[in-house]
Design a protein around this ligand. Structure first.
Ligand code: NAD
Length: 357
């Protein structure tokens, strides 16, 4: 039976980059024997405009039925004044929560062809290959109670709750350990155990899980130091595992070490390997509709999807080699443009990857 992929272009450049990703999927279907069924649905601001919800029931049903979801990006200025409960980002958070996508895998890889794109010295970043594993369905982004209340004095007070159960920490640390076993067998668990009791528990559980993986070297680092070390000497890290909020911040920092946010894919997995795949960037309202967005992060997200949810590692490699080839050929979208290269738009870049495939 063919596997089902749900395509969710979303908002802003999401529409443009997804069109290129679909071309790549079509090419894999027609020329390379990939057997999949593609469905498309609404999410984010465009879904809100049409249905009044950033995550319509119909989209959620299709997402539940799918073996993998490919998402562009959500959000935009147009929806910023909406109530939090119907903002485009709630669509994304809702999908993660409803599908139980607790493990967010965010690689930060520096392509040798793009060493100039980083703001850091080439010797600090060349050959960089880090995998950040971020817990995605717990922690302060979901903890209760949350809100803003008025005190007796009339002053307002805002509050959120950072909460983790042992089982939540156990399963995310295991994901990091399993990935490390296929890489350089080193995991750094990031916490703030000197200040936050909840991350003291995180550390205790990480140590316990580490006992089941004697071949993996497990270290611990406070999040403030981790931020500093990522910029100082990022190559010391192989796999990093951390909480939802710390991972949100550290993975953006790691992404920027590589120079372009337009190059990096991500995967969010459930306990059975079903996943949602998306570029790490947002809907980029500043360049939306101009045809200049880099589609490679979305195309590389397909490679992650083939590897983690569709069990097609050879096809994943084929995509990665095709991206390598277009970079070798000197093609660059404006975000990764450098001297001596040829600047191309979103569509040309997508066509080049298909040609390389
Ligand atoms: P952003 O990632 O959209 O853009 C940051 C900068 O990177 C911009 O200058 C943009 O032009 C550039 N950029 C991003 N993707 C690019 C690409 N593929 N090619 C070339 N340049 C690219 O982040 P932001 O500006 O902070 O947020 C814009 C909107 O996106 C907001 O509404 C935000 O909430 C939303 N957002 C969504 C997601 C998501 O859907 N997963 C993630 C982050 C932000």
């Amino acid at each position: 039976m063919s596997k089902k992929i749900l395509i969710l272009p979303g908002d802003g450049i999401g529409q443009e980059i997804m069109a290129e990703a679909v071309k790549v999927l079509n090419c894999l279907q027609h020329d390379h024997g990939l057997v999949v069924e593609l469905n498309e649905a609404l999410v984010g601001g465009t879904a809100y405009d049409e249905t009044g919800s950033p995550l319509p029931e119909a989209t959620l049903d299709l997402a539940r039925e799918a073996d993998a979801v490919l998402l562009g990006a959500v959000g935009g200025v147009k929806w910023e004044s909406l109530d939090y409960s119907v903002r485009p980002e709630r669509g994304l958070l809702g999908l993660r929560k409803e599908l139980g996508l607790f493990a967010n895998l965010r690689p930060a890889i520096l392509y040798p062809q793009l060493a100039d794109a980083s703001t850091l010295k080439p010797e600090v970043v060349s050959g960089l290959d880090i995998m950040i594993v971020r817990e995605l369905t717990g922690g302060i982004y979901f903890g209760q109670p949350r809100g803003v209340k008025e005190l007796e004095s009339g002053e307002k007070e805002g509050f959120n709750t950072l909460v983790y159960r042992e089982s939540e920490v156990d399963r995310i640390v295991r994901v990091a350990m399993d990935i490390a076993m296929k890489r350089n067998k080193s995991v750094c668990s990031v916490d703030k155990a000197n200040v936050l009791e909840v991350t003291e528990l995180w550390r205790d559980v990480a140590i316990k899980v580490g006992g089941d993986y004697p071949d993996v070297e497990l270290s611990h680092m406070y999040v403030d130091n981790a931020a500093m070390q990522l910029v100082k000497w990022p190559k010391q890290f192989d796999v990093m595992v951390t909480t939802n909020m710390f991972g949100d911040i550290l993975s953006d920092c790691a992404a920027m070490l590589t120079g372009s946010i337009g190059m990096l894919p991500s995967a969010s997995l459930d306990e059975n390997g079903k996943g949602m795949y998306e570029p790490i960037h947002g809907s980029a309202p500043d360049i939306a509709g101009k045809g200049v967005a880099n589609p490679l992060a979305t195309i590389l997200s397909i490679a992650m999807m083939l590897r983690y949810s569709l069990d097609e590692p050879a096809m994943a490699e084929r995509i990665e080699r095709a991206v390598d080839k277009v970079l070798d050929d000197g093609l660059r979208t404006q975000d990764i443009m450098s001297d001596g290269c040829k600047e191309v738009g979103t569509v040309e870049m997508g066509d080049a990857v298909v040609a390389a495939l």
